[in-house]
Write a protein that binds this ligand. Sequence first.
Ligand code: ADP
Length: 87
Amino acid sequence: MVRVQEIPLRKIHRPLPRQTDPAKVATLMQSIQLIGQQEPIDVLEVDGEYYGFSGCHRFEAIQRLGQETIRCRIRRAPRSVLSMHLA
Ligand code: ADP
């Protein structure tokens, strides 16, 4: 089951730090300011907690723009799926 919803940035755990390309983030910031976030980021929902592993550039761009929420495509999953991502 998948749903799309705005989630506060501070509620999304990002267990794996990823390198972002500052130029890409800057370009995305401009675009998001102009036309909004066109594509949600993917998050897992495990026991009511949200985990993000991708969409790092969108996450950082929206964070830097000072927005409190980000549009997410949410997939509920058992904890075993989360463990696979962390392995
Ligand atoms: P990310 O790490 O967030 O996936 P990428 O640079 O790899 O960053 O890809 C940019 C993504 O941001 C694309 O999937 C694109 O569809 C999405 N996107 C969402 N909103 C916008 C926007 N306003 N302008 C440009 N791309 C956007």
